[in-house]
Design a protein around this ligand. Structure first.
Ligand code: ACO
Length: 380
């Protein structure tokens, strides 16, 4: 095969598969899951219902939903060996590294098997979605040197996430904030981590491996890792008055301003719009108005310089201050994102493997063609 075809660096603009799970309209600033706008789902739904929708294709009726909740509630408990693993190994590296290792351990513990049908893979996927908050919360507790809190029955996914994280039941408002964050991060087209999951499942590997690939890819600062970096940057800039100069200097140095820009969105990210309003109201109640004002001044400085190039705040810009307000330290922001995105990884991997085609692109070889003479080591 010739190697002289056009190269699409970073697969920009390349359509690699079909999907009915969800779609991003980068010019209209619209994100849909199975045809529902995220604003509609945030207003009316819950993360559990959205997970059902993403994985199964339709919103559940009452019977289907109570069956699904049972699966989620049964699935949330972590195997003893995984709890021991977290207890022993978590807390030394970045929590995303702990999360990646923990989900991998889960695969060895429970799901190591080849030859599974897509439906069996889906069941495993649901069990992973159910366990993600328990894993993330356990890692967070371990990081803080506190005891791991087991889940409490009767709580929603978002409530239990916060309960296991903070050791006490959240208020209604806190649970709503958490639930909204989970909904809006659940799926996002052919993003890097989802693509990574699909590549893994396309080899007919297993669902735990697909989710582990997703976590590994989400970790990077150009993807999910940007939320932590964005809040650090906002805090470092410190006050609204510093924002314009700080952003001007960063752009002059050609530094990336974390939490801005997107491969697909060339207008304001609809998730950032939702998070910005949460951030505004939360910081005004908690006395952290300066943090929000600084962020808004950074936004203004960025849009005035980069808006005409389609660079606006993305989901990662305002999420950090929202997560912080419900008890998460900066290094836990990306793990929360991963817990939510597990629904998208599972839904899309399940969809893909039902009509599987191995991902195997090509690269253009630009090295020596040879044939070169082999020189023994002592003569090199
Ligand atoms: N800050 C400064 N300049 C930027 C930014 C930014 N955040 N984003 C893009 N640009 C500039 C680039 O420097 C480049 O300029 P040049 O043409 O003068 O060299 C141009 O815009 C195009 O940027 P690319 O990085 O090539 O565009 P790409 O489509 O790959 O960008 C990306 C997408 C990687 C997200 C980029 O905007 C970025 O690095 N943003 C910061 C990291 C971030 O917030 N990531 C989270 C994205 S959302 C998510 O994954 C959940």
């Amino acid at each position: 095969m010739p190697d002289d075809q056009e190269i699409h660096r970073g697969l920009e603009g390349v359509i690699v598969s079909e999907s009915k799970v969800g779609s991003v309209d980068g010019l209209k600033g619209r994100l849909i899951y199975r045809g529902y706008d995220i604003e509609t789902l945030v207003k009316n739904s819950t993360y559990e219902e959205v997970s059902f929708l993403l994985v199964n294709g339709e919103l559940p009726n009452k019977g289907q939903f109570s069956e699904f909740l049972k699966v989620m509630n049964d699935g949330i408990k972590l195997p003893e060996k995984l709890v021991s693993f977290i207890d022993r190994y978590a807390g030394y590296s970045h929590p995303m590294a702990d999360l990646r290792s923990a989900v991998s351990v889960l695969g060895s513990e429970e799901h190591e098997s080849s030859d599974l049908t897509p439906d069996q893979q889906k069941d495993i996927g649901l069990s992973i979605i159910a366990k993600m908050p328990a894993i993330v919360a356990a890692i967070k507790r371990k990081w803080e040197g506190k005891n791991i809190v087991p889940p409490k029955s009767g709580l929603s996914y978002a409530q239990n996430f916060l309960y296991m994280t903070n050791g006490s039941e959240p208020s209604r408002d806190e649970a709503k904030v958490m639930d909204t964050c989970l909904i809006i991060h659940a799926d996002h087209g052919s993003n890097a981590s989802t693509f990574s999951s699909l590549v893994t499942i396309s080899t007919l590997s297993d669902m735990c491996s697909a989710v582990t690939s997703g976590i590994s890819t989400l970790k990077g600062p150009l993807h999910g890792g940007a939320n932590e970096m964005a809040l650090k940057m906002i805090k470092k800039i410190g006050t609204p008055d510093n924002a314009d100069k700080a952003i001007g200097d960063m752009l002059a140095r050609k530094d990336k301003v974390m939490g801005f820009g997107h491969r697909v969105y060339k207008v304001y990210d609809p998730r950032a719009k939702i998070l910005k309003e949460f951030a505004r109201s939360i910081t005004s109640k908690s006395g952290k108005q300066n943090l929000f004002d600084t962020a808004e001044a950074i936004e203004k400085a960025m849009i005035s310089r980069m808006g005409d190039r389609g660079i606006f705040p993305n989901v990662d810009f305002y999420s950090g201050m929202v997560y912080e307000s419900i008890g998460f330290p900066e290094n836990m922001f990306t793990p929360i994102f991963a817990a939510s995105r597990s629904s998208g990884w599972v839904a899309r991997s399940f969809e893909y493997v039902k009509d599987n085609r191995l991902f195997r692109p090509r690269t253009k070889y630009t090295g020596e063609v040879g044939p070169r003479e082999y020189i023994p080591m002592d003569r090199r």
